[in-house]
Write a protein that binds this ligand. Structure first.
Ligand code: PMP
Length: 428
């Protein structure tokens, strides 16, 4: 049933470290062999052995309207004939920047990069250049890409693989990153008090998605905003996951919180490799060549990536009902899952906001990395495989959020809930 995937994984292991190009894909925490994909359409993934899955990772976020969304595919095909890269400015880049500034609150300017990692790395450099300070506060279990400064108490694959400190990150760099538990405002206040005039930025996932989905508790983000304002610290909102997903203006819009620098990835490229950082003019004008904070990229603003992103973002802007429908579908899924877990008599927590959701098998609320780590991840592992066998592709780690796409139908949700019921019966 997985013959070709198994053979490919063995082949891959000889030429690609761990057989994958990004760690979480390797099924390390859930065990077993990763499934190799062949194509995808709408809410469905098809693997090389011809198995079909309902997709709940959606390329870890970008495919918000489903795979191979026709207008995006067509736009890519058309633009590819004009050349796949110029290394010179284009009108399209201006249109994309204008669109993003129009959709997202509190930003005047945007710089395109090629990944979420680059966006966060550049945002931190900008915050340091702007404030003249070195230290950054991040939250345990939040993930901001794999730049050195962020590989301290990180979520996502770092958490999944249980890497406490990453070889290759120097102590000097790590020492400038201070980390505190998510949702713990007093701990942040204490760090700020202990490091007067030294903190350049607080970086946060406004809704965490890299230790499962964890919501900010009431007052937490507001408290961070006030703390930043009182101490000349920049608030970097990492909206790589939440941007254009929770609302057209991201978490800033949905939660009513203002960031100073906002980072994007995922949806912004419509599935092509893109990221961006954005902010008020006064801050962004420090970026080279307007200012001295150097940041560059041969393929940044790549025309194929720009047209894919533009087409997707424009659709989201013009059809706000997509967000209400996404939320309805996700809520329906959560209700069905509650039924399935309830019937099986297992303890569970479902965290949900908009079209992000995650399941932790625990009897207490999941509010930070410690509570997420204490959940029954062995049960999640068995649940993951039981669902996979039944044609449902979940994130292969409890430390990841599920992403729901707009192509998901009523029947798909019912199919998923029935699969969850059958899975629980099979694994309990
Ligand atoms: N920030 C967040 C919140 C993310 O979830 C991710 C990736 N999952 C990144 C940054 C890094 O983005 P990329 O993988 O595109 O480098």
């Amino acid at each position: 049933m997985y013959t070709k995937s198994n053979a490919l994984f063995e082949q891959a292991g000889k030429v690609i470290p761990g057989g994958v190009n990004s760690p979480v894909r390797a099924f390390k925490s859930v065990g077993g062999t990763p499934v190799f994909m062949q194509h995808a359409k709408g809410a469905y993934l098809y693997d090389v052995d011809g198995n079909r899955y309902i997709d709940y990772i959606n390329s870890w976020g970008p495919m918000i309207l489903g795979h191979a969304y026709e207008p995006v595919v067509k736009a890519i095909q058309e633009y590819a004939t004009y050349s796949t890269s110029f290394g010179a400015p284009t009108e399209l880049e201006v249109k994309v920047a204008e669109l993003i500034v129009d959709m997202v609150p509190n930003i005047d300017m945007v710089r395109m990069v090629n990944s979420g990692t680059e966006a966060c790395m550049s945002a931190l450099r900008l915050a340091r250049g702007y404030t003249g300070r070195n230290k950054v506060i991040k939250f345990e279990g939040n993930y901001h890409g794999h730049a050195d400064s962020f590989l301290v108490s990180a979520g996502s694959g770092v958490a999944t693989l249980g890497i406490q400190s990453v070889p290759g990150v120097t102590t000097a760099v790590a020492e400038d990153t201070l980390s505190v538990p998510y949702n713990n405002l007093p701990a942040v206040e204490q760090l700020v008090a202990e490091n007067p005039d030294q903190i350049a930025a607080i970086i946060i996932e406004p809704v965490a998605g890299n230790m499962g989905c964890i919501l900010p508790q009431p007052g937490f983000l507001e408290g961070l905003r006030a703390l930043c304002d009182a101490n000349g610290i920049l608030l970097i909102m990492d909206e790589v996951m939440t941007g254009f997903r929770l609302a057209k203006g991201g978490a800033q819009e949905l939660l009513g919180i203002k960031g100073d620098i906002i980072t994007f990835g995922k949806i912004i490229g419509g599935g092509m490799p893109v990221g961006a950082f954005a902010g008020r003019r006064e801050i962004m004008e420090h970026v080279a060549p307007a200012g001295k904070v150097y940041q560059a990229g041969t393929l940044s603003g790549n025309p194929i990536a720009m047209i894919a992103g533009y087409t997707l973002l424009k659709t989201l802007q013009e059809h706000p009902s997509i967000y209400t429908q996404l939320e309805e579908k996700t809520t329906q899924l959560a209700t069905g899952l509650r039924e399935a877990f309830g019937a099986a008599g297992v303890v569970y927590q479902i965290n949900q906001i908009g079209s992000m959701l995650s399941v932790h098998f625990a009897e207490y609320p999941i509010v930070d990395f410690t509570s997420a780590s204490g959940a029954n991840n062995e049960l999640f592992r068995r649940f993951f495989h039981a669902m996979l066998e039944r044609g449902v592709y979940l994130p292969p780690s409890a430390f990841e959020t599920w992403f729901i796409c707009h192509a998901l139908t009523q029947e798909d949700i019912e199919f998923t809930v029935n699969a969850a019921k059958a899975s629980m019966l099979a694994i309990k």
